[in-house]
Design a protein around this ligand. Structure first.
Ligand code: MLT
Length: 411
């Protein structure tokens, strides 16, 4: 009989978002008349920008003629998209990233999980707490941890608490780690990292031979001018960091699927014989073996995100969600709650009132206000006592949700 990967049995509970969906579906079945407003998973709601749709329609029509038809594309992405990314996302911000260092993919969730394919099994791995659950669960699946403790923390991982007690600035690990996941602007807390904070991480990584896996999926939501958008804005980061980026949240691609990962040349890891090996070559090998690239049509859409019209339309879209974030922040503050984030990120991180647990607050909001958020404890033990509200929804729904929260919850 086929053996299964037992590591899956260590996973403490269902993946957070399906678990929320399960509870919400049960509530909806029992209360079919309730109009639910979902501010839980960070899934975009507004239409794809026109410049992107137009480019994709053009690409569909090209696919309809034999002279402009495209079969398999390069596994790493088409050169024109990789060049647009290098120019607009990196060179324009003073980062020396070459198109050949960019690998186009169908999602940052996939890339941040798949990257473990090219890393060894005996690394010491650090994550912030709370954290995007994919970083933890993929390490559990790969056998990099022991079982979960009572509070859901896995043996073998180094957790770096990130709460209002330390102003959401996790301390550098007390002893050296081999890999650290960082996400800025942060999911779920909405915190940002200043240039000094990122420099401290890069200096730490260079001094300790640590690989930083930097998730910048929310960079477009940064409104403060001096907050870095990329880890490569910090000197030395090319030698110690991989960066994940996505078109999901800024350009509305959660259902369309396009992202990319930057693996600088010259970034190395250790082989078991002690030699230094370029990570770029390993990732290239992994992608060309296990991945056939993103569809031509979608890549043409992503390319249009960098046209003048595309950039202006994306700015408007991001501005729309950030206005939602402002309304959520201010509405919750007016309702007497303590809130964080929501200024440089589309997530507002709320302290639950009177020490109510995250899941109890989830149930209270669901049952009394018919509003869905995300319990902070679902992101890690240090998320207990917090609750995440996403700014991704229509204005009408955000306003109604705030009214209901204000009216129903005595805080
Ligand atoms: C979230 O809500 O944290 C995100 O939507 C998850 C994701 O992007 O995969």
């Amino acid at each position: 009989m086929a053996r299964i990967n037992d590591n899956y049995l260590k996973l403490a509970a269902g993946y957070l978002f399906p678990e929320i969906a399960r509870r919400v579906n049960a509530f909806a079945e029992a209360n079919p008349e309730a109009k639910l407003i979902k501010l839980g998973i960070g899934d975009v709601t507004e239409p794809l920008p026109e410049a992107i749709r137009t480019a994709m329609i053009r690409a569909v029509n090209e696919m309809g003629k034999s002279e402009s038809f495209h079969g398999y594309g390069p596994e790493q992405g088409y050169a024109w998209l990789r060049e647009a990314i290098a120019d607009h996302d990196y060179k324009a911000r003073g980062c020396e990233i070459d198109a050949s260092e960019i690998f186009v993919s169908d999602g940052s969730k996939c890339d941040s999980g798949n990257i473990l394919d090219i890393l060894g099994h005996d690394n010491t791995i650090a994550v912030c707490d709370p954290v995007y659950p994919v970083y933890v669960d993929t390490n559990v699946m790969a056998g990099h941890t022991g079982g979960a403790n009572e509070d859901g923390r896995y043996e073998g991982l180094v957790y770096l608490p990130m709460t209002d007690a330390n102003s959401f600035e996790p301390a550098l690990p007390e002893s050296p780690v081999d890999v650290v996941y960082l996400c800025y602007p942060n999911n779920p807390t909405g915190a940002t990292a200043s240039r000094e904070t990122l420099k401290a991480w890069v200096d730490y990584a260079l001094a300790n031979n640590t690989l930083i896996l930097f998730d910048a999926a929310y960079h477009a939501f940064i409104t403060d001018e001096d907050v870095p958008h990329s880890i490569y804005e910090i000197e030395g980061a090319r030698k110690c960091a991989i960066e994940f980026r996505s078109f999901s949240k800024n350009a509305g691609f959660t259902g369309t699927r396009c992202a990319f990962t930057v693996v600088p040349k010259g970034l190395t890891g250790k082989a078991s014989d002690g030699s230094d090996v370029e990570i770029h070559g390993l990732w290239n090998r992994r992608q060309s073996t296990k991945f056939n690239g993103v569809s031509y049509i979608v890549q043409r859409g992503a390319e249009a995100a960098y046209s003048e019209e595309g950039k202006a339309q994306i700015e408007e879209l991001v501005g729309f969600y950030m206005e939602n974030a402002r309304l959520i922040r201010e509405g919750l503050i007016a309702a007497g709650m303590t809130v964080f984030g929501g200024i440089n990120a589309p997530y507002v991180w709320v302290k639950t009132p009177d020490g109510v647990s995250s899941w109890d607050f989830f149930d209270q909001l669901l049952n009394e206000a018919h509003v869905v958020g995300t319990p902070g404890s679902g992101f890690g033990a240090s998320g207990e006592g917090y609750f995440r509200i996403s700014a991704f929804n229509s204005r009408e729904n955000v306003e109604e949700a705030l009214q209901r929260i204000g009216a129903k919850l005595a805080v």
